[in-house]
Design a protein around this ligand. Structure first.
Ligand code: SF4
Length: 108
């Protein structure tokens, strides 16, 4: 398996944000932590498992939490940002507010 670098992961999340019309967090420190987490998960499991959730190391079982996860869209619609705070709506981005802790939609 080809290992990814954080730069490649950054390219990936930037592409996702552009395609979905989302913004990436403006918090550089948070962005760095999440990019490191995503890269580490990719290199460990072979897929971009969410850096804020425990993976099962089984692609089928983790399918819903492969970034951008299944919950990102409803979370961005409802709260303005995803569970990790990586992606956000343009409207939320414009408020310059920091992402807050939001309920886990995965296992309500
Ligand atoms: S919560 Fe955000 S960072 Fe985590 S998988 Fe979902 S979209 Fe990616």
């Amino acid at each position: 398996m080809n290992k990814k670098t954080t730069e490649e992961t950054n390219t990936f999340v930037t592409m996702v944000a552009k395609k979905q019309n989302w913004k990436l967090t403006r918090d550089d420190e948070l962005l760095h932590i999440l990019l490191e987490g995503l890269t580490k998960n990719f290199n460990r499991y072979g897929y971009f498992s969410c850096p804020c959730r425990a993976a099962k190391a089984d692609k089928e079982k983790d399918r819903d939490i492969i970034c951008p996860c299944l919950y990102s869209r409803p979370d961005i619609e409802e709260y303005g940002h995803c569970y990790c705070g990586l992606y956000m709506s343009s409207a939320f981005f414009e408020t310059k507010k920091s992402p807050k802790s939001i309920p886990e939609r995965r296992y309500p």
